[in-house]
Structures are given as structure tokens and as C-alpha cells.
Design a protein around this ligand. Structure first.
Ligand code: ADP
Length: 266
């Protein structure tokens, strides 16, 4: 399945000036207790863009993704998908709008987060059938197609513990695709894998990028980011320090903080 197979949603509608804009985040703030983890984050992602979110551990990257997917509730700021209405955070929590927000993106987790008691197929169709109320037969057909595409057709009836980490993560990716999201969120998708299994997962992600999927990816794989990302965003201490073309941010950054970070990793 390619993104063009997706039903028209807010990402494709809206005024012409914002037709290509998939996500707009403004002044997003989040604290855990007294620790302000996100200071005031602005982000924009256009259709077909691959944004790589990089930065030191603890800088707030995962929290950004979790806020977009409704797994954390921001304290303030707005999040808008496509031409749809912006969800305005800050008390009171906009519960109903939060549900709509959750539908627009799908997350691929660092530790796969597959349901251990469900088969591969059940893991993939759970969201489409239980949450999106799509017909089971259609969800199964689509799941089988997606599993075949990532080389896992024969693992349909296996359970997660019977798979390698790389295979589990490919199931994690298929599970996200099956939700037909406007935006794919990847949270360090290869960092839990043994080195020899990283390549098979990166290959799938690269193919999705080439097909035009819109993605926001937290990653420490800077070489991969340089190859695949259309834009790199460097975060530190809960703020976006610098963003731009991978060749600039990763090779010749403007900011000293970015320079020090990439020098350590590249
Ligand atoms: P990164 O992804 O850049 O490593 P995170 O977004 O995971 O950073 O975390 C940013 C900071 O927020 C860290 O100091 C982390 O300990 C803290 N944090 C994240 N989630 C929680 C939580 N649920 N409760 C308390 N602190 C949290």
C-alpha cells in the first residue's frame, strides 16, 4: 500500500496554501512535575517529507512524538493535522479532539510493543478492526499484503516471541501502516536491535520514504538520517536548536551545540 491509497482526509483537504502541510505544531509545552521537558516546540511537516529528530538523550524527542500521538497530553500549544482544526492544549484537556488526533498518526516504538499473546496477524488487524471499525476481512487482506511486502508473509500465525527483533520491528511497522496514518512516527526504531538486524529495518523505512510516506523519526543513526531525511531537526534541552537540510545540519551546522553533538556521533 502506498500513501496515495489512503482515503482523502484532512491532509489532502483544506485551503490550497496548506494542502501539502501534514502537521503543524506550535508552542508545544510539556512538564513532568517541575521538570519542563518541552519548552516551546514549533514543527511543520509537509506531505512526503521525512523529518529526522536528533539530539542528546533526555532532550525531549520521544516526548514530542508521544504528544503528537496522544500518549502524553501537552500542557500548552497547538497541534493540527492537514487542513483540519488545530487542537488547542492547556486546561481543560480537549478529550474529544484528542481521539481525533490519535487517528492521524501511528507510532513505531523502540521496543516494538507488540501484544505478546496475539499472533502477528492479530497484532496488525487489532487497530483497524477494534478502533477504526473496518471490516475484518478487508483488514486481514490488507495485513497480508503488508506483511508480504516486508517479507513476513509466512510469519502471519507466529507469536512475537517466535520472531527475531528485526522481524518484530517489521511487524511493528506493518501495524502502523495498517492504520493508514497521515504521519508515521518512529521512535528510535533500530536502537533495541542487535547490529546485524538493523539493516533489514532501515531498508523497510527507506522504501517507505521512497514511496512518499510522510514520517517523523527520532533516530541516532545519523548516516541513515543523512541518506533518507529531507530535513533534520536538532533538539537540546526541550527546544529546537537548529533545523535544515541534512547536509547542512549534519555536516556544517550553524549552532555550536549541534556541532558538538554531530561531531560525537558521525
Ligand atoms: P529523549 O527522547 O530526547 O531521550 P525524552 O522525551 O524521552 O527524551 O525525555 C525527556 C525528559 O523527560 C527526560 O529527562 C525524561 O526522564 C523525562 N520524562 C520522559 N517521560 C517522563 C515521564 N512519564 N515521567 C517523568 N519524566 C519523564
Amino acid at each position: 500500500m502506498s500513501p496515495t491509497d489512503q482515503p482523502p482526509g484532512p491532509a489532502q483537504s483544506g485551503p490550497p496554501s496548506s494542502a501539502a502541510r501534514v502537521l503543524t505544531v506550535s508552542r508545544l509545552r510539556k512538564s513532568f512535575g517541575t521538570h519542563q521537558v518541552l519548552q516551546s516546540i514549533d514543527l511543520a511537516v509537509d506531505q512526503g517529507q521525512v523529518l529526522a529528530l536528533i539530539g542528546p538523550s533526555g532532550s525531549g524527542k520521544t516526548t514530542v512524538l508521544r504528544c503528537l500521538n496522544g500518549l502524553e497530553i501537552p500542557d500548552a500549544g497547538t497541534v493540527a493535522f492537514g487542513g483540519g482544526p488545530a487542537v488547542d492544549f492547556g486546561p481543560p484537556v480537549p478529550r474529544r479532539q484528542l481521539t481525533a488526533l490519535r487517528d492521524r498518526s501511528a507510532m513505531v516504538f523502540q521496543h516494538y510493543n507488540l501484544f505478546p499473546h496475539m499472533s502477528v496477524l492479530q497484532n496488525v488487524i487489532e487497530g483497524p478492526v477494534q478502533v477504526q471499525k473496518r471490516p475484518r476481512a478487508e483488514a486481514v487482506r490488507e495485513a497480508e499484503e503488508l506483511l508480504a511486502r516486508v517479507g513476513l508473509a509466512d510469519k502471519r500465525d507466529h507469536y512475537p516471541h517466535q520472531l527475531s527483533g528485526g522481524q518484530q520491528q517489521r511487524v511493528g511497522i506493518v501495524r502502523a501502516l495498517a492504520l493508514r496514518p497521515a504521519l508515521l512516527l518512529f521512535d528510535e526504531p533500530t536502537s533495541a536491535l542487535d547490529p546485524e538486524l538493523v539493516g533489514e529495518v532501515l531498508t523497510v523505512i527507506k522504501e517507505l520514504a521512497e514511496e512518499g510516506w510522510t514520517m517523523l523519526m527520532v533516530t541516532h543513526e545519523l548516516a541513515f538520517a543523512r541518506e533518507v531525511a529531507s530535513e533534520v531537526v536538532f533538539m537540546d534541552g526541550g527546544v529546537v536548536v537548529e533545523r535544515g537540510h541534512p547536509d547542512v545540519v549534519l555536516r556544517d551546522p550553524r549552532e555550536e551545540r549541534t556541532r558538538r553533538f554531530v561531531a560525537r556521533l558521525l
